[in-house]
Design a protein around this ligand. Structure first.
Ligand code: GTR
Length: 347
């Protein structure tokens, strides 16, 4: 009797193991599990383990946002959906990750709207310079219906846009001092690869050198580039400030981050699970923004304490004038969104 029970237990384990192994193999690329039959013959709700790719270190504000999101998803699905956050570009550089997400090989990611613009042109609008006056202006827009529409439009590119995260403002940092727009002329500046950034550098008289984020430190060290641009937290955690010790705070772009899922993964989920994930993403935003505020200041203090020369610009006009023609060039393409951004100024 005992032996029989033991044998049937082994059989159950083997069968279950085979089902799980089988579905693991079949769905390896999407990580989507398959409902395993409950003992009474009813279908149990499926359990999933998904991966979320993040390029920043484990304690960076976007990563903390990702983790909060994962925690909320887990809570809302009673532990059925587990999202493992892989920080520090363990799953690849941003562009490669976005391609993998498009294919469904990686299920979730947090990326900048900078590289995303190469996959969904509408997101190029965020790379246009000086279109937001402040954090408040940017978030008035991001919390409004037009920014939401942009997220929804990601489904045309095989993504499911879930929420925006804060990314502050980007400014230039260089090996040699830059104190005015003239000093930038002829300099090789690393940019996130997208069409708008290339035009932006041209408008400022610099030469755009697109390359992955992870290559920038070496490129600065060896002099392949003269400078780059980013926000305080990235300038600090990437250690770029050790190689480019001059920062000019022109705050040319506010390029938000996006939390998104693969459409391949998304389409396999139940409506209830989709809802739980959407809610978790939206609820994680306040936490991410709090973390951002704290760390932005901390990063600035650390960089200043390390001896970086920080130049503030008293008059942004020459910078804004220089880029006017390029903004005009894009006006018809981004008309509706640019109008909405303009309107968000006075909300
Ligand atoms: C950071 C952003 C990253 C990455 C990086 C870059 O601000 O958070 O996702 O896009 O900039 O410059 O490549």
């Amino acid at each position: 009797m005992k032996i029989k029970a033991f044998t049937s237990m082994i059989a159950t384990v083997l069968v279950t193991g085979t089902i799980l192994a089988g579905c693991g193999a079949a769905d390896k690329n999407t990580g989507v599990g398959v409902a395993s039959p409950a003992p009474d013959g009813e279908q149990k709700q499926p359990t999933y383990t998904f991966r979320l790719a993040e390029s920043h270190p484990a304690d960076y504000p976007t990563t903390l946002g990702d983790k909060k999101f994962a925690e909320l998803v887990n809570q809302k699905t009673n532990g059925r959906i587990k999202i493992e956050v892989f920080p520090s570009a363990q799953l690849g550089e941003e562009k490669a990750v976005i391609e993998q997400v498009q294919l469904g090989a990686i299920e979730f990611t947090r990326v900048s709207t900078g590289p995303l613009a190469e996959f969904n042109k509408a997101f190029g609008v965020f790379s246009l310079p000086y279109i937001f006056e402040s954090e408040e202006h940017e978030w008035n827009f991001l919390n409004g219906p037009d920014a939401q529409k942009l997220l929804e439009g990601l489904s045309d590119s095989k993504f499911m846009g879930l929420s925006y995260y804060d990314s502050g403002a980007r400014s230039f940092y260089t090996r040699k001092p830059v104190t005015s727009i003239e000093d930038l002329k002829g300099m090789k500046i690393r940019v996130i690869q997208n069409k708008v950034n290339i035009d932006l550098m041209q408008a400022l008289g610099a030469s755009a050198t697109p390359m992955p984020y992870g290559d920038v430190f070496n490129a600065l060290q060896t002099g392949v580039i003269d400078g780059a641009e980013n926000n305080w937290p990235s300038f600090y955690t990437s250690k770029h400030y050790e190689q480019a010790k001059n920062l000019i705070v022109d705050a040319h772009q506010r390029v938000p981050e996006v939390l998104m899922a693969s459409k391949v993964t998304w389409d396999k989920l139940s409506d209830a699970d989709k809802q739980a994930i959407k809610e978790a993403a939206m609820e994680s935003v306040a936490y991410q923004r709090e973390q951002w505020k704290k760390f932005e200041k901390e990063a600035e203090d650390k960089v200043r304490a390390a001896g970086v020369t920080v130049t503030d610009i008293s008059d942004l006009k020459p910078w804004q004038e220089a880029v006017k023609p390029m903004i005009e060039k894009y006006r018809s393409e981004y008309k509706e969104v640019l109008d909405a951004i303009e309107n968000a100024k006075n909300m």
